[in-house]
Design a protein around this ligand. Structure first.
Ligand code: SF4
Length: 419
């Protein structure tokens, strides 16, 4: 675990009418604290302050002691429950501190039954009031590329990947919270593992997660850089059924000169070839893409190459970005395209992408597909197409769904059976 990266000093959460929760430490502690907060709500624990402690530095422990003293001096009636690394290391010391009434072991802190004895309220909030559908699991942060339009790499710093066991733990937490689908996320997830010795990659972390956590039944990838999609990743996409057939690519342009000026690492032909390979290996994949229109120096002809690429690379779900220069980027120093032209191109591309999406949706009509319900009448297919159901769905439930027709960007149909 990269403590420097993921270390957080303190998060204080106060839920209306519920226990105060204080978090010290790393991202994992923060995730656990979220879960503990859910327990407290479900069990109706009131009048307690739960602190998820951290021992990573002396400073963290100093702040913990300071917080306990402050809570006690502000309200001597405050009852404090400790869990986490600091209280695990020094339970005898902490239990003697004024205000501390209990310590929950680090090993059992994610067990709801540990909190039962503190449940004093008869009002029990059910977690089903807040159904959980899609949880985001960060596997890395930052980026080492130098795309000329991008400010993210300047604000987020270099690529830092999280250790696979930390990722596994976070996935367990998301499952424990009731999330039905996990989305691997980060600034540039396809760069996962750069800098690790021996070198690891995205394929590795997908395989590791699915192998070590069979309870993950739905795994989705966020945006991929086409330059990082290699044969091994295509093999994973083809062979891991739990990996959902939806690949979103940071394409950005369909013109090779613009791609070079953006300092992207793929060409239009490479993208077409990659997508052909993916479809050959897994025919139900649907591709999404980010496209920037009006990048500096983009001519009508270059823009038309982007339009043509939609069909050639089978890109159905488009995110269109109108270029705007960001400070301190190289692209901001290049000859800019007139704003009006950019807006027109964005509109033109949007219209084309809607036609292409409608064709893709029409291909589904008459078929039975698996969906995950997001609310009582809407859901997404595994390939991330939007559906609307004519019969009522239970949120977070998977169904086999019959596609009857389409309405603009949505498939209309009905659930046939629960999965
Ligand atoms: S656009 Fe993506 S790949 Fe390029 S520098 Fe920004 S974050 Fe990195």
């Amino acid at each position: 675990m990269n403590y420097l990266h993921s270390y957080r000093i303190l998060i204080f959460i106060k839920d209306m009418n519920f226990t105060n929760i204080v978090n010290f430490g790393c991202r994992l502690n923060a995730c656990e604290t979220d879960l503990i907060k859910d327990f407290a709500q479900e069990l109706g624990i009131v009048d307690f302050t739960i602190i998820n402690t951290c021992a990573v530095t002396a400073e963290a422990e100093r702040k913990l002691r300071q917080t306990i003293r402050k809570l006690h001096s502000q309200n001597p009636e405050t009852k404090i429950i400790l869990t986490g690394c600091a209280s695990e290391l020094n339970p005898d010391y902490y239990i003697k501190m004024e205000g501390v009434v209990g310590i929950i072991s680090n090993k059992t802190k994610l067990s709801k039954s540990e909190y039962l004895k503190y449940a004093t309220s008869k009002t029990v909030a059910s977690s089903s009031d807040h159904p959980k559908v899609r949880g985001f699991l960060q596997i890395q942060n930052g980026c080492d590329q130098k795309c000329t339009y991008c400010i993210v790499r300047l604000t987020r710093g270099n690529n830092v990947s999280f250790h696979e066991d930390e990722i596994l733990d976070q996935a367990k937490l998301l499952l424990a919270k009731g999330y039905k689908e996990i989305v691997l996320t980060g600034v540039n997830i396809s760069s996962y593992g750069q800098g690790f010795e021996p070198r690891k990659n995205l394929s590795f972390v997908i395989r590791y997660l699915l192998k070590n956590l069979p309870a993950v039944t739905r795994l989705r990838l966020s945006s991929l850089d086409p330059a990082d999609i290699d044969d091994d990743l295509i093999k994973v996409i083809a062979s891991e059924e739990k990996l959902l057939p939806h690949i979103h690519e940071s394409v950005q342009s369909g013109d090779d000169i613009i791609l070079k000026r953006m300092m992207r690492r793929h060409s239009r032909n490479q993208l077409i070839e990659i997508n052909e390979k993916i479809l050959y290996a897994r025919p139900d994949v649907i591709f999404g893409a980010d496209i920037i229109v009006g990048f500096p120096t983009e001519t009508d002809e270059m823009f038309s190459n982007s339009k043509k690429l939609l069909r050639e690379a089978k890109l159905s779900l488009l995110h269109i970005f109108s270029f705007s220069p960001r400070p301190k980027t190289l692209a901001s120093l290049m000859p800019q395209v007139e704003k009006k032209i950019i807006l027109n191109r964005a509109k033109e591309l949007k219209q084309l992408s809607e036609v292409i999406l409608a064709q893709k949706l029409l291909e589904q009509v008459g078929k039975d597909v698996i969906i995950l319900a997001e609310d009582n009448f809407s859901a997404k297919t595994n390939s991330f197409l939007q559906v609307r159901s004519t019969n009522k769905l239970a949120v977070g439930q998977e169904y086999l769904f019959h596609c009857d027709s389409i309405d603009k960007k949505v498939i209309i149909g009905r659930s046939i059976k629960e999965m």
